[in-house]
Write a protein that binds this ligand. Structure first.
Ligand code: M6R
Length: 592
C-alpha cells in the first residue's frame, strides 16, 4: 500500500535525491500521490502532490529540496480523497514535526475531535494527521521524543508503520501490523517500508517487530524499545536480495521480466530450502488432523491447487479458504489443525488476520512467502521462502509458479516421494513454453484487437489456472474475464457464449481431456473464438499454444499459466495500460 521512507545522514549529504529514488523503487506498493519533508535552516519544508513519483518530482522538483534529514511517502488513498492536502507528509500545528504513515488509524475520528477541542487545527481529511498532532501535544508537554512516541502509540488504534521527523534532526518510527525496516549504511540510516527503499545503499537491515519504536539520530545512532519503553535488541541481518534483481534489465517492464525469470525461479524456489525447516514443515502437515490452506488473489489460487495435490498424495482432507473469508469460517479450527498461509509479500492483511485467528484457536501455522523477513514469515511456526527475488510488477507471476513448485516439493517429500517432482525438469519445460512469447504477441495483435469478454475453462487442477488467467487479464488489461470449471458451462454460463466472445481452454492430455473437449464443442457451436492451451492439437481451436507433454498432470498448471500471463501482458500494452502499475491496485494489500 503506501510506502514510507526516512533518511538521517551524518555526513551532510543532501537526502532529497535519495528519498525520491527510494520512493520510485517502492512505488509499486501504492501510488496516487507523493510527498517529501526535509529539515532546512528555516524549519521543516514540505512538498507534496498528486501523481506518480516521476510526475510529482517533475512539477515540484522534490529532488532539489535542501536538507540532511528527511522523510518521504507514496500514498494509496484510504481515508480522504486523492488531493494535494491529503498527500503525506502531514505536519503538526507548530510545523516542527512531520509524519509519514502506512496503515489505518481506526479511532482517528474521536482523536481528531479531542485534539480539535484542545486547539489543534487539521489540514487534511486523513487518519494520519492525528499522529502529527498527538506527537506535538506529548512532545511539547514532556520535551522527550521517547515519551511522545510511547504516549502516541498508546492512543492510536489500528495498524501502522510511521516515521516522524523532529526539528532536532531526529527520526522516530513505530510499527504495529505494518512493515518497517531500518537500513544501516556508512554515513546514513534509513527507515523504510521495504528493503528496496535502501538496497542501493546498504544490505544491512534491522527488521523491526510489532510494537517496536526506534529513534534514529545522527549522533546517537539507533535506540530501539517497545511500546512500554523497555529496551529491545534487534541485530542487523544481511538482506538476501541483490539490487540487480530489482531492475528491469533489458526488458520494457518488470512484469515481462518477471514472467521470463520463471525459467530460473521455479528451480530456485525448491533448491534453496533449509533442510530442518523443510522437515518440520512436512511433519506439521503429516501430524495435522485437518489442513487448511489460505491466501488472497493469486496466492489463493495456489491454495486451491495445493489442496487438491495435498489431498491426493497425503490422503487427508485439505481445505482451501480465501483469506478474506477466513474469519467467517473458523468454528472447526483447533490444536489438531495446521494452517498453511501462502503469500508473496507476507504482509497481506487478510492473510495475517487469518493466521492470528487460527493461532488463537490453537492451530499450527506454516507459511510460504517470497519475502523472508515479512510479518507472515515471522509469526509462522515454520516458514519456507519461494526465493524468487523481488517481484515488483503488481501482478503476481513468478511468485505464483514459485509457490506451486514449493508446494509440490513439500508434498512430494511428505508423501515419501510419491510425486517424484523434479524442479529442474519443470523449469526446462517452462523455458520451452516461454518460447511461444512471440506467437502470443502476434495473436494479440492480429486477432484480439477488440476483445471485451474472455472466458477461461478448465477442470480439476486447471480450474484454478482458469481463475488465475482471468485475474491476470482483469488486472493487467482491464478486460472482463472469468475463469470457470468447464463442467459448469451447461449450468448457466453457456448463455453468454456468442461470436464476440474469446474462450481460453486449458486442456492438456490428462484425465480431464475428453470431458473438456466436450465443453469446447459446446462453446464452438455458439460461435465463440477458442484458444487452446494443450499438448494436443484440435481442429476446434481457432488458435493454439502448444505446451509439452508431461508425465504428471500436476505439472501442467506450471506450464499453462505462462501463456496466460503473456497474453495478459500484451493485451495490457494493446489497451495502453502500464502493466507494472495497473490502476487502483497495490502490490501489497496491508488493509482489510
Ligand atoms: O502478497 P500476496 O501474495 O499475499 O498478495 C495477495 C494478492 O493481493 C495478490 O496475489 C494479488 O491478487 C495480485 N495482484 C495478483 O496478481
Amino acid at each position: 500500500m503506501c510506502s514510507i521512507i526516512g533518511i538521517v545522514t551524518n555526513n551532510h549529504a543532501q537526502v532529497a535525491p535519495k528519498l525520491v529514488k527510494s520512493l520510485s523503487r517502492m512505488e509499486y506498493r501504492g501510488y496516487d500521490s507523493v510527498g517529501l519533508a526535509t529539515i532546512t535552516n528555516t524549519g521543516i519544508s514540505v512538498k507534496k502532490g498528486v501523481g506518480k513519483v516521476s510526475q510529482v518530482n517533475g512539477y515540484l522538483n522534490l529532488a532539489s529540496m535542501e536538507g540532511f534529514v528527511g522523510i518521504g511517502h507514496t500514498r494509496w488513498a484510504t481515508h480522504g480523497g486523492v488531493t494535494d492536502h491529503n498527500a503525506h507528509p502531514h505536519s503538526c500545528c507548530t510545523n516542527d514535526i512531520a509524519v509519514v504513515h502506512n496503515g489505518i488509524i481506526e479511532n482517528y475520528q474521536s482523536l481528531k475531535q479531542e485534539l480539535t477541542k484542545t486547539g489543534h487545527t487539521f489540514r487534511s481529511e486523513t487518519d494520519t494527521e492525528v499522529i502529527a498532532h498527538l506527537l506535538e501535544q506529548f512532545y511539547h508537554n514532556t520535551g522527550s521524543i521517547k515519551k511522545a512516541m510511547m504516549e502516541t502509540v498508546s492512543r492510536i488504534q489500528g495498524s501502522f508503520a510511521f516515521v516522524a521527523m523532529f526539528m532536532d534532526n531526529t527520526l522516530a518510527c513505530a510499527r504495529l501490523d505494518e512493515p518497517l525496516v531500518i537500513g544501516i549504511a556508512d554515513g546514513a540510516c534509513y527507515a523504510s517500508s521495504d528493503v528496496l527503499g535502501f538496497l542501493e545503499y546498504t544490505d544491512q537491515a534491522i527488521f523491526l517487530d510489532n510494537r517496536d519504536i526506534a529513534i534514529i539520530d545522527s549522533t546517537n545512532g539507533i535506540d530501539i524499545f517497545n511500546f512500554e519503553g523497555e529496551k529491545v535488541v534487534r541485530n542487523p541481518t544481511k538482506v538476501a536480495w541483490e539490487l540487480a534483481d530489482a531492475n528491469k534489465g533489458k526488458f520494457a517492464h518488470y512484469t515481462i521480466k518477471e514472467i521470463f525469470e520463471q525459467r530460473e525461479t521455479i528451480r530456485s524456489s525448491v533448491t534453496a530450502q533449509d533442510a530442518f525447516s523443510l522437515k518440520r514443515f512436512c511433519d506439521l502437515l503429516l501430524d495435522a488432523r485437518k489442513v487448511i490452506i489460505t491466501g488472497s488473489g493469486t496466492s489463493y489460487h495456489t491454495s486451491l491447487i495445493a489442496s487438491m495435490v495435498g489431498s491426493r498424495y497425503l490422503k487427508k482432507h485439505f481445505e482451501p479458504v480465501m483469506a478474506s473469508e477466513f474469519r467467517y469460517n473458523i468454528d472447526s479450527i483447533d490444536s489438531d489443525t495446521t494452517l498453511v498461509a501462502i503469500s508473496q509479500s507476507g504482509e497481506t492483511a487478510d492473510v495475517l488476520n487469518a493466521v492470528k485467528l487460527a493461532k488463537n484457536a490453537g492451530a499450527k501455522i506454516l507459511s510460504i512467502v517470497n519475502v523472508p523477513s515479512s510479518s507472515l514469515a515471522r509469526i509462522a511456526d515454520v516458514s519456507l521462502c519461494t526465493n524468487c527475488g523481488p517481484e515488483i510488477g503488481v501482478a503476481a507471476t513468478k511468485s505464483f509458479t514459485g509457490q506451486l513448485a514449493l508446494v509440490y516439493a513439500t508434498i512430494d517429500r511428505a508423501s515419501g516421494g510419491k510425486i517424484g517432482f523434479d524442479a529442474a525438469a519443470a523449469s526446462d519445460a517452462v523455458a520451452r513454453v516461454l518460447q511461444n512469447s512471440l506467437k502470443v504477441e502476434a495473436l494479440v495483435k492480429d486477432k484480439m484487437a477488440r476483445v471485451n469478454d474472455i472466458y477461461l475453462l478448465g477442470r480439476s487442477l486447471h480450474f484454478p489456472i482458469a481463475l488465475e488467467g482471468a485475474l491476470k487479464m482483469k488486472e493487467l488489461a482491464y478486460i472482463h474475464a472469468e475463469g470457470m470449471p468447464a463442467g459448469e458451462l451447461k449450468h448457466g454460463p453457456l448463455a453468454l457464449m456468442d461470436k464476440n466472445v474469446y474462450v481460453f481452454v486449458l486442456n492438456p492430455s490428462d484425465k480431464t481431456y475428453t470431458d473438456t473437449l466436450g465443453s469446447v464443442h459446446e462453446v464452438k457451436a455458439r460461435g465463440a473464438k477458442i484458444i487452446g492451451i494443450s499438448d494436443v492439437s484440435s481442429d476446434l481451436y481457432d488458435a493454439m499454444i502448444k505446451i509439452p507433454k508431461m508425465d504428471s498432470d500436476i505439472l501442467y498448471p506450471l506450464l499453462e499459466v505462462i501463456p496466460l500471463q503473456i497474453f495478459s501482458y500484451h493485451l495490457a500494452l494493446q489497451n495502453n495500460v502500464d502493466p507494472d502499475f495497473p490502476r487502483n491496485l497495490a502490490k501489497s494489500v496491508t488493509v482489510r
